[in-house]
Each structure stands twice: as structure tokens, then as C-alpha cells.
Design a protein around this ligand. Structure first.
Ligand code: B12
Length: 432
């Protein structure tokens, strides 16, 4: 038999057995280095809040700057520990499932045994188990988690990756949620949540020895359903959901060894988006980098922190040019719900390339009596909470939805969306 033909057969069998690894084309590997450097630059930016997901993105890469990673870990611990301690205090407890899960993964990615780390004198993993218990109780009473199913899945993933046996009832609640189509982002399917749950269920499948046959069967069914949903959602450009959910979805499909993923199409699209600068938010980069390095969050359990490539070096940044930018007009309509009515209508001129956040700041500066807004910090940047004195709250499930007129919801937040000439935005108080 011809040797090339044999090699092709072996490759074919290999990809069927081991699933597909979605790789960047060999001519574009410079895009990976450039994203790694972008993420490393963000950790030096004092105006950015330390973000555990960013640390995971750096750790799951093949090249490192070990000294900068170590510095970032220290910075993360100094900010996260007091904040988690206060959220977990018995006086005024706040649900922090997602952040706690990311913290436990951070410790593991740094090769610090999370089972030895404590918060308020209790083990980190113990806290996480308790958070999931509260989430489960909340679902039993109110038919939805305390936080959301994305964080619930992240919690399950983190405990599982840390080798902890989960309470079967906690797992069962997640299989039920999947079955009843509860993984939503407002009214449509949340690919990010399906992907995070997919990663969690793959980990549970790999830990089958901890659970009984019936639960393992449920886990297997849910995993198959999630794989089918992710594959079905892949569009002609290879995207699953939108450009920001696709990296997590690909991570999940890679972890599942799925053979149905359209790898070359999706990687082509992601490479084009990387070249366009779409991935500039550190959180977005942090969820994409593992894919580019053929890793998933499940690989955190295998990390041993030895013999790592320490060759990632940042060149000095070129000085920013002194550009005089043209000004563009932006219109903002603020709408309240139930009944729907306009509570404010305004316009403002801002330099080209400004963000929606810049425009809101300028509107507030010019007319503080008429227009004001408030934000809270989050891992994705500033999250809009109050507009024109109207507040949204997690407990009543309201939020300010960002819409580009007439009806296109933005897929980025106020600080990331770059204004285009003639943009009109609707800030609509909505229910999720
Ligand atoms: C749940 C969720 C929501 C919920 C949050 C409330 C809830 N149910 O808990 C709701 C439906 C309200 C929501 C709203 C929005 N979301 Co959302 N959301 C998520 C999701 C699935 C999980 C977030 C989470 O819990 N993270 C874990 C915890 C530990 O991190 P955290 O930072 O503390 O979490 C808080 C913030 O992330 C904040 N939040 C949620 N969404 C967004 C979006 C932005 C831009 C910001 C700054 C903050 C933010 O709410 C979280 C809970 O308190 C993520 C998916 C993902 N990959 O992260 C998308 C995601 C973050 N959301 C996204 C978007 C675009 C939005 C909106 C801008 C949509 C819109 N057009 O209005 C709005 C935010 C508008 C605003 N007011 O600033 C994008 C962001 C992409 C990007 N490049 O910025 C993501 C990645 C989904 C996606 N693939 O499109 N979201």
C-alpha cells in the first residue's frame, strides 16, 4: 500500500478516535503570540481589576512570562481574598459561586493545593461546595439559581477539576436544567452557559468512579445533548452563538472529543476576527487563548508548573500618536419597561473611535441635571446598572439592555463598543 495513503488512513482513524483539535493555520501563529502579549500587557495595566480568568488564560498558554504571572498571582490574591472574605462573611453573605470557582481554579493553575487554602478560616473548596448547595436550594424553591446557570456550571467544573466528589443532587439539578432548556441569556439560548456546562459534564464523565450508574447515565445523556446543541448552533462561518461565545463552545467540543466540529471554518473566522482586533477585552482573550494553545479548562487538573517555556517578552510600547479626531454625533434613547415609555432622549458629539461609555460620560458632563448613569465593575468591564436615576437589580431580574437602533442588541459592553457615525442607542430596562 502507498505510504501516503496509509498515513491518511492512520490520521483519519486518529481523528475519529481522538476528536478534532481546532488549530490556527501555520501561517498565522503570530496572531497567537500577539494575543498572548496583549493579555500580558493588560495585567500590567493598573486601571484593570485583577481577573482570575485572565490568569487562567495565561497559565493555559504554551509560552509564559513566569515572573509577570507570579506578580499577577500575588496581586490577584491581595484583592480577591479580602473581597471573597467579605462576601462570604456570615453577617451579610453574597452569592459568589463564579468568582469562588475561578479562584479555586486559579490556585490549582498556580500549583497551590486548593484543599489547603482558606477563606474566613474555612477551606476554599468547602465554601464552594456550600455555595452550590445554596444555589441548589434556591432552584428548589424559586426554579432558578441564586446567580445563574453559567456560574453554577463553573462551580461544578471547578470542584470536579479539583478532584472533589460532588453531591449527586447538585449534579442532578444541572441535568434537569439542561433538559428543560433553562440555559438562557435573556430569552435566547446561552451558548456560553451550554459550553461551561459541557466542560463540567465532561469532567464529571471522566470522574465516573465517584458516582452510581444511574447518575453516570444522566451525565452521559446531558453531555450528548449539549454536544448536539453546540454543533447544531454552528453557523456557516463556523461561529457558535456569537464571536465571544465561540471560544468557550470550541473548548467544550474539544474537551468532548467531538468529531462534528467544523474546525477549519471556525478557525478561519476567529483568525480574521483576531486580525481585526475584535479580541481586545482581556476577558474575551482569556477565554480564547486556551483554544489557540489546544487546551481547555479541564487541563488545569494536569498542570505541574515545571519545565515551562519562559520566553514571552514584552517589547516597549510605541508612544501613542497625537491624532486629532473628527467628532461624530451619537443619539441615546432611554426606555423604561412595563409600560414601555421613553424617559430620556439626548445626543452628544464625541471623537471618532470613542466607546459608548465615553459618550455616556460626555452626556452626563454636559447635562448633569438631566442625564446620569452608574456602573459596577465586573470581569468583562463596567456593567451599566443605573440610567437617569432608574436602577436595575439582580434580585428583580432587571438589567439595562444595550440596543443599537432599531433592534440589534450589542454583543459588547459600554466600554468596548466603538461608536460609528450616526449611531443611535436604546438603553432599555428589560427583564432577563
Ligand atoms: C449571565 C449573563 C448575563 C446576565 C447577567 C445577570 C445574571 N443572570 O446573572 C444578563 C442577561 C443580565 C446579561 C446582560 C448582558 N450581557 Co451577558 N452574560 C452573562 C454570562 C452568560 C455569564 C456571566 C457570569 O455570570 N460570569 C461569571 C462571573 C464570575 O463573572 P462576573 O463578571 O462577576 O459576572 C457578572 C458580569 O459578567 C455581569 N455581566 C453579564 N453580562 C455582561 C456583559 C458585559 C459587557 C459586562 C461588562 C458585564 C456583564 O453579570 C454577571 C453576573 O453578575 C456571560 C457569558 C460569559 N462568557 O461570561 C454573558 C456575557 C458576558 N454577556 C454579554 C453581553 C453582550 C451582555 C449585554 C451587553 C447584552 C446587551 N446587549 O444588553 C448585557 C449587559 C448590559 C449592561 N447593562 O452593561 C457578552 C459579553 C461579550 C463582550 N465582548 O463584552 C457575554 C460574554 C455573552 C456573549 N457571548 O455574548 N448577561
Amino acid at each position: 500500500m502507498d505510504s501516503t495513503f496509509l498515513a491518511l488512513i492512520v490520521l483519519g482513524i486518529f481523528s475519529i478516535v481522538s476528536g478534532k483539535i481546532c488549530e490556527v493555520s501555520s501561517g498565522n501563529t503570530n496572531l497567537i503570540t500577539s494575543l498572548n502579549k496583549k493579555l500580558l500587557r493588560s495585567v500590567q495595566d493598573e486601571s484593570e481589576q485583577p481577573n482570575p480568568s485572565v490568569y487562567l488564560g495565561l497559565r493555559l498558554s504554551s509560552t509564559h512570562s513566569l515572573s509577570l504571572e507570579q506578580e499577577y498571582l500575588t496581586k490577584l490574591q491581595t484583592t480577591l481574598v479580602p473581597s471573597l472574605n467579605s462576601s462570604l462573611s456570615e453577617l451579610k453573605p453574597q452569592p459568589v459561586t463564579g468568582l469562588l470557582a475561578l479562584y479555586a481554579l486559579t490556585l490549582q493553575a498556580a500549583c497551590i493545593d486548593p484543599s489547603t487554602a482558606t477563606l474566613n478560616d474555612k477551606k476554599v473548596l468547602q465554601h464552594l461546595k456550600l455555595q452550590l448547595h445554596h444555589e441548589k436550594q434556591h432552584i428548589a424553591s424559586f426554579k432558578r439559581p441564586l446567580t445563574n446557570y453559567y456560574q453554577y456550571s463553573l462551580g461544578v467544573l471547578s470542584l470536579c477539576v479539583n478532584g472533589v466528589r460532588l453531591n449527586p443532587h447538585v449534579i442532578h439539578k444541572l441535568t434537569e436544567a439542561e433538559k428543560h432548556g433553562a440555559f438562557l441569556h435573556k430569552d435566547s439560548a446561552s451558548v456560553d452557559t451550554q459550553a461551561m456546562a459541557g466542560l463540567a459534564f465532561q469532567c464529571l464523565k471522566d470522574s465516573a468512579k465517584f458516582y452510581d450508574a444511574l447518575l453516570n447515565k444522566h451525565v452521559q445523556h446531558t453531555l450528548e445533548a449539549l454536544e448536539a446543541e453546540l454543533v447544531k448552533a454552528q453557523d456557516e462561518k463556523g461561529l457558535i452563538g456569537n464571536v465571544f461565545s465561540t471560544p468557550l463552545a470550541i473548548q467544550a467540543l474539544m474537551a468532548m472529543n467531538s468529531v462534528a466540529t467544523q474546525c477549519s471554518t471556525v478557525m478561519e473566522t476567529l483568525e480574521a476576527e483576531m486580525s481585526l482586533g475584535t479580541f481586545h477585552n482581556p476577558m474575551a482573550i482569556s477565554q480564547l487563548l486556551p483554544v489557540l494553545h489546544q487546551k481547555t479548562y479541564l487541563d488545569i487538573s494536569k498542570m505541574d508548573c515545571t519545565g515551562e517555556d519562559d520566553s514571552l517578552v514584552l517589547e516597549p510600547r510605541p508612544p501613542a500618536g497625537d491624532l486629532t479626531l473628527e467628532k461624530v454625533m451619537v443619539r441615546v434613547v432611554v426606555e423604561s419597561s412595563e409600560p414601555r415609555h421613553v424617559i430620556y432622549r439626548g445626543r452628544v458629539r464625541v471623537p471618532e473611535g470613542s466607546s459608548l461609555h465615553d459618550a455616556l460620560k460626555e452626556m452626563q458632563r454636559q447635562k448633569p441635571q438631566e442625564f446620569s448613569y452608574e456602573t459596577v465593575d465586573s470581569l468583562w468591564g463596567p456593567y451599566l446598572t443605573t440610567v437617569a436615576g432608574v436602577m436595575t437589580q439582580h434580585k428583580d431580574r432587571t438589567y439595562w439592555q444595550l440596543i443599537k437602533f432599531p433592534d440589534t442588541p450589542l454583543i459588547e459592553g459600554i466600554a468596548d463598543y466603538k461608536i460609528q457615525h450616526g449611531d443611535t442607542f436604546i438603553l432599555r430596562k428589560s427583564k432577563w
